[in-house]
Design a protein around this ligand. Sequence first.
Ligand SMILES: Nc1ncnc2c1ncn2[C@@H]1O[C@H](COP(=O)(O)OP(=O)(O)OP(=O)(O)O)[C@@H](O)[C@H]1O
Ligand SMILES: [Mg+2]
Length: 333
Amino acid sequence: MKMKKIPASSLTQREPLLDNILRPKNLSEFIGQQKIKERLRLIINGAKKRKEPIDHILFVGPPGVGKTTLAFILAEEQKVSIKAVSAPSLQKTGDLVALLTNAPENGIIFIDEIHRLSSSLEEILYSAMEDRSISFIAGKGPGARVLNFKLPPFTLVGATTRPALLSNPLRDRFGFIASLDFYSHEEMVEIIKRSQKLLGIELSEDGVHEVAKRSRGVPRIANRLLKRIRDYIEVEEMEIIDKEEVKKILDLMGIDDKGLDDLDRKILFTLRDKFSGGPVGIKTLAAVLNESPETIEVVYEPYLLRIGFIQRTPRGRIITPLGLSHLMRCSNG
Ligand SMILES: Nc1ncnc2c1ncn2[C@@H]1O[C@H](COP(=O)(O)OP(=O)(O)OP(=O)(O)O)[C@@H](O)[C@H]1O
Ligand SMILES: [Mg+2]
């Protein structure tokens, strides 16, 4: 396989196109999360028999593990339409009412980041989900009226990285809550092998394992690394790319052998050098790093906790001996 040189500008333009190519389109293309896939198949088949839309489903899990992908797969598997919105785009009652009353018959309404819905909009959803009706007050003062609407049969699919922020009544109205976890090394290897084919590149077996090692169990990160490797291959006109090349490219990108990036390491260095290893509260840590506490908590912390580099204590975060020895290696390297 020999690839042509292409101008750097076209690399960024085709990014959304590549994302679309990489996204699994049906359940059998979706790798891992076996139990969840089985359950979804059951739900889809049951609903098909009863000729009803499937139960409302909530996907929970860290960023980049396939929540949005599964929502679209649900529509594809049933051959129904899907309308996708992000909760922050629903500001007023009217926004949500318009979305619900225009629900595709037997189709899916997908609300991403559903934890960011305001409580008044959450309340409208309760009855919409429970008995497919909505009632709300239109207008103000003496002219105010209660309006009732019946909705077509539909399925609400929600996705969230922060399930604890959802109210209990909303959570209870989902028929199935699917918690997606980080992927195992073997699953990441399978995902990377699938993606490299779709991207038209070829990594050696140990090259694939190296990318898996540095992708922190998140398919989106693996795909991002592969796209950068692809850019590199195209510019350098290389054929098969082996472990040493992968290491070189990812080191260049600042991704170390544990999959940590610059901000991960900055978190660890800050804990060690500015707070004598901790404990330090998440807000203080975020302020020092000039990041939002949410980014630290949702995007960075779960992985650092998982690999045992930091710990949560009642008084805040601390760096562990494992985290400290990783920093020693970084500063020596
Ligand atoms: N199980 C999987 N098998 C193969 N590819 C996957 C899988 N899960 C995710 N991906 C890939 O990772 C990308 C990111 O997934 P997706 O956008 O569904 O994540 P998400 O959980 O919705 O993230 P966010 O919380 O940031 O919205 C997808 O475009 C897809 O290409
Ligand atoms: Mg998503």
